[in-house]
Design a protein around this ligand. Structure first.
Ligand code: C2O
Ligand code: CU
Length: 465
């Protein structure tokens, strides 16, 4: 964040209003949500910067907040006005496989000028998001993502106390516009991914919002960054965690450690009962960098009970009767000379440069004809992930939430929350477990989108019966 710290200080004086999402109704047509992907220009950096050439849904980034209720049927017509094919993935939704939106695995990408109808049911209440899933490293970094909020049947918080914050980091050039020239840099792909140098929340730089003292708020944080792991410190303003990746914890949990990490694609719902002004800060640098601020005004006195979130019904893994799959992550810069097979061929010499494949799962880069594993429907799967690289990764399973059952030898003692994306540090081992109850072909990949494009991408298949 360092390059922009000074500018931020200047800007705290007149922070932009906090952009909340308008109720999504405008483009809804006979129950079908219209989502149009296309180019549009936006100024990301405050004050007189050059506009950025973004790719957006309905002309905005983030795209419109799609807000539905648990159990709803959701219909979305995606129209592609981009210059290249695209598709939409509904991240974290335990969805019908044909609607998962993975170009090349669950559907053909939608060509320019054409459209595709998504039609699915949302089984879980919680904080989810949607994003492009064709060349995601490019399309997501240009702005193709938005929040997907599934309300409880009886919403736990009213709309004034339920805020969505989509956080992104953009890489801007010296003119303050999105740096297009650096897309696809093999340097990013083989290192930590495309890191930005400017943060936005809901597309705004350094927004401010007003809250009422003593009242309970739900802050839904969604990390839409390609590769950045945010280090946050919500304990500083007394926040508790309500939910991870859309799935509520049995009780709100006080964070007793710092920093709190929020990696690519991860979500956290925070419970805040503010007493005084506070800011969301990224604390990985030398000094904290505040990227959203909250002004706290006199409230109702607020002794109201804090709403409880009911658990979603996810089948509990049966560890005594599980298929265990080992997944070894290799490659990348400082990873020694990883042996990588890509499209059935062992890469060597110039191949890494020409194919852009520099990471592997069990020695294989990207999607092979055969899945990493097959599971019977209803079978518990344990994936033992060994990170034999010098980098942190954000591993995501499609179609299923899992429990983290073991981390680097130690049994997880944090109540084993359900997640759909977990962070794994260099040389760490993590075991996750889930019931493979959703038939179809599902991706398993690093959500650092450059890593996925450069090899950290595989799939598994759950049989129909
Ligand atoms: Cu957020 Cu493969 O997805
Ligand atoms: Cu990665």
């Amino acid at each position: 964040m360092n390059p922009d710290r000074r500018d931020f200080l200047r800007w705290t004086l007149g922070a932009a209003a906090f952009a909340t999402f308008p109720p999504y109704a405008a483009a809804q047509d006979a129950g079908v949500i219209q989502l149009t992907a296309g180019p549009s220009e936006h100024t990301l950096y405050p004050e007189g910067a050059a506009p950025s050439s973004l790719w957006t849904y309905n002309g905005m980034s983030p795209g419109p907040e799609i807000r539905v209720a648990k159990g709803d049927r959701v219909r979305v017509r995606l129209t592609n006005n981009l210059e290249e094919p695209t598709s939409v993935h509904w991240h974290g939704i335990r969805i019908d496989n044909a609607m998962d939106g993975v170009a090349g695995l669950t559907q053909e990408p939608v060509p320019p000028g054409e459209s595709f109808d998504y039609d699915f049911v949302v089984p879980d209440a919680g904080t989810f998001w949607y994003h492009a899933h064709n060349k995601s490293w490019n399309q997501v970094a240009r702005g193709l993502y938005g929040p997907l909020i599934v309300d409880e049947a009886e919403p736990a918080f009213d709309r004034d106390h339920d805020l969505t914050l989509v956080i992104d980091d953009w890489r801007l050039g010296n003119d303050g516009a999105l740096d297009l020239a650096s897309f696809g840099s093999l340097m990013d792909w083989s290192h930590g991914g495309r890191m930005g140098n400017w943060l936005t929340v809901n597309g705004r730089s350094l927004p401010a919002s007003k809250l009422k003292a003593g009242e309970a708020y739900r802050l839904r944080l969604i990390c839409a960054a390609n590769a950045r792991v945010f280090e946050l410190d919500p304990a500083r303003f007394g926040a508790k965690v309500l939910a991870y990746d859309g799935q509520p914890l049995p009780e709100p949990v006080t964070l007793d450690y710092s920093p709190f990490l929020l990696g690519p694609a991860q979500r956290v719902d925070l419970l805040v009962v503010p007493q005084e002004d506070f800011a969301l800060e990224e604390i990985s640098g030398n000094e904290p960098f505040a990227f959203a601020s909250f002004k706290v005004e006199k409230g109702s006195g607020g002794d109201e009970a804090v709403p409880r979130l009911a658990a979603n019904a996810i089948p509990e893994p049966d560890l005594s009767n599980a298929q265990t799959v080992r997944l070894e992550m290799t490659g990348g810069a400082m990873g020694g000379f990883a042996e990588i097979v890509y499209k059935g061929r062992r890469l060597q010499g110039e191949d890494f440069q020409s194919t852009g494949q520099v990471w592997a799962f069990n020695g294989v880069a990207n999607l092979a004809d055969e899945p990493l594993f097959r599971a019977r429907r209803g079978e518990t799967v344990v994936i033992e992930t060994v990170n034999d690289t010098a980098w942190v990764h954000a591993m995501h399973t499609h179609g299923h939430h899992f429990r983290i059952v073991e981390r680097s030898g130690a049994t997880a003692d944090d109540g084993r929350p359900w997640r759909d994306t977990f962070l794994i540090g260099p040389q760490q081992t993590t075991k996750i477990a889930f019931v493979a109850d959703n038939p179809g072909k599902w991706l398993l990949h690093c959500h650092m989108l450059e890593h996925a494009a450069a090899g950290m991408n595989t799939w598994f298949e759950v049989a129909d019966s």
